[in-house]
Design a protein around this ligand. Structure first.
Ligand SMILES: NC(=O)C1=CN([C@@H]2O[C@H](COP(=O)(O)OP(=O)(O)OC[C@H]3O[C@@H](n4cnc5c(N)ncnc54)[C@H](OP(=O)(O)O)[C@@H]3O)[C@@H](O)[C@H]2O)C=CC1
Ligand SMILES: CCCCCCCCCCCCCCCC(=O)[C@@H](N)CO
Length: 330
């Protein structure tokens, strides 16, 4: 009697344990710890919002920090505020990431990097039909091409330093939840951020033998100077759809990002909705955590079901919004 009661439970326990053990053996890249203290962390877009919050945190944790952005005055203000908060003097580089040569010069002057955080980004939402081609190109150039410029410039010395010190290094790239799901008003932005995923997956294959780990970060709407700007231009329906995921504070995104980078995680979601999004979009992405792999496997089909419910809701909102606007026009 008791054996027949216990055996189903036993089968489940044995199966789950076997799966967990199997996953712990095969998930790649292998789990790692990437130290920050005393190492050179280079953050683009480090003069504002999420980048500034990451720079402050890295400085507080004892890293040598460099920040890069275009506007000199905002860089100086960032440097002063980080000095005030942490006592650390950060290096500042006034450069446009679209200028490959200027990026290479700044990285040369800053010296070999241990943790490269490509966080610069522009986000001006608008319907593709209305958005000027110049602006579309600008978004892709800053978000995507700028990231290529940075990695190309930093990689040779990063590899050399990783070999010399024997310590793992990191290339972290700031995507967005709009880099996991296409959203009304974000054709250019989503394209630029989705592209970063292809870059990151392929790059991780290329640099793993050099003990370099790639991280891709997916924040939801985050309260930053850039976001306040964005809100003024965001189509109303984009706001409604984006409200599916909760807003965050830059300091919280920074903490989660840096923790993910230190753990060598490939995908770094930032809130609960983000975790669901990462599970449903896991695909063939690298996964170093066997527990996260277990969650992905366990919830894949259910999350696909939830995703379809979200899409149903979004399409319904678009339909209603369109009908309302159309009736207003006529
Ligand atoms: N805030 C949000 O809701 C979300 C943001 N993200 C992503 O997070 C990242 C940071 O966003 P956030 O902190 O909100 O943005 P902010 O606009 O507050 O900061 C952007 C930073 O990038 C720099 N930057 C912009 N263009 C360039 C360029 N051409 N060359 C060099 N630096 C540049 C800016 O400095 P300067 O203008 O002086 O060059 C600034 O330091 C972006 O990649 C964004 O796409 C992702 C999801 C949500
Ligand atoms: C299983 C399914 C789970 C579904 C969860 C739904 C969450 C999707 C919301 C998408 C929001 C995109 C907003 C863009 C934010 C952004 O990137 C700008 N602020 C500019 O950077």
């Amino acid at each position: 009697m008791s054996s027949s009661l216990f055996s189903p439970l036993l089968i489940i326990i044995v199966t789950v344990s076997a799966l967990l053990i199997f996953l712990a053996l095969i998930t790649r890249p292998r789990p790692t710890r990437i130290p920050i203290k005393g190492r050179h962390v280079f953050i683009t877009g480090g003069s504002s919002g999420i980048g500034l919050a990451i720079a402050r945190l890295a400085a507080a944790e004892g890293a040598r920090v460099s920040i890069l952005a275009r506007n000199r005055q905002r860089l100086d203000e960032a440097r002063d505020s980080i000095r005030l908060a942490t006592g650390v003097e950060v290096g500042v580089y006034s450069v446009d990431v679209r200028d490959a040569e200027a990026v290479a010069r700044a990285i040369e002057v800053a010296g070999p990097i241990d943790v490269l955080i490509c966080n610069q980004g522009v986000f001006t939402p608008q319907e593709l039909e209305k958005q000027e081609m110049d602006e579309i190109k600008f978004i892709v150039d800053v978000n995507l091409m700028g990231t290529f410029h940075l990695i190309k410039a930093a990689l040779p010395n990063m590899k050399r330093k990783t070999r010399e010190t024997g310590l793992p290094s990191s290339i972290a790239i700031m995507s967005a939840q709009a880099g996991q799901v296409g959203v009304y008003g974000y054709t250019a932005y989503s394209a630029s951020k989705f592209a970063l995923r292809g870059l990151s997956e392929a790059l991780q294959h290329e640099v793993i033998a050099d003990n370099i780990f790639v991280s891709l970060i997916f924040p939801s709407d985050t309260d930053t100077p850039g976001f306040s700007e964005e809100l003024r231009r965001r189509p109303e329906i984009s706001k409604i759809i984006a409200a599916s995921s909760g807003g965050m504070k830059a300091d919280d995104v920074a903490k989660i990002s840096l923790n993910g980078i230190k753990a060598g995680r490939f995908s770094i979601p930032c809130n609960f909705e983000g975790t669901m999004l990462s599970i449903v979009t896991a695909g063939l992405s690298p996964q170093s955590s066997f527990m996260a792999a277990f969650l992905e496997i366990s919830f894949a089909s259910f999350m696909r079901f939830v995703a379809l419910c979200f899409q149903w809701n979004w399409f319904s909102s678009i339909e209603k919004w369109h009908a309302k606007n159309y009736s207003k026009q006529n």
